[in-house]
Ligand binder design. Sequence first.
Ligand SMILES: [Zn+2]
Length: 192
Amino acid sequence: MSTTIVPENGDCHHSPAATGDATGAERQLHIAEAITLAARLPEALQETGIYVEQLAARAAQLERQTCTGVPYWRDQDAPGRRPKLYLVHGVGQPCPLHGAPAPGRRLRTYIGVDPHRQQAAFAALERHTHRQHLLAERQRLAWALRDARIALRRLLRDLGYDPDTPLNTRRPHDPPEEDLPRPPDPLRRARP
Ligand SMILES: [Zn+2]
């Protein structure tokens, strides 16, 4: 181990905490903060579960009004002609708004020169992008909720509790009875 050097400004980077060996006071602060954070979990988990369902419902609601194509202009630079808008979809790609193509073909939907029709077409494209974002957020949060369960089970086990026992019965690290011969306990010895 290297020699401990306390910087002049008193910002001690070599304190016992830096080596993972917190003082009693630091331990109490860690425990207090952990308890505060843990108390927020039930609400955070429940609210997130509700939000995931809302995202799914909103995405389902939007689906019928979305277009999966991309805009394509014709006659954009042709003198004396008004630019015409098409919506071109991928090969074999169905569109909730414009239907399904023949096998192996792509949908090419004519929108034309009418500004209102063009505006409606771009709104449908934007709704598709928005729906993709909603679905990505729903997926991210659904994974976070699934991971929360795994992380909390691991945390309980790390603390010495069986996550499958409904009561907080501390199993593997119960302090030995005073009248029993004590087995060597490295955890116990490490305590100040
Ligand atoms: Zn479409």
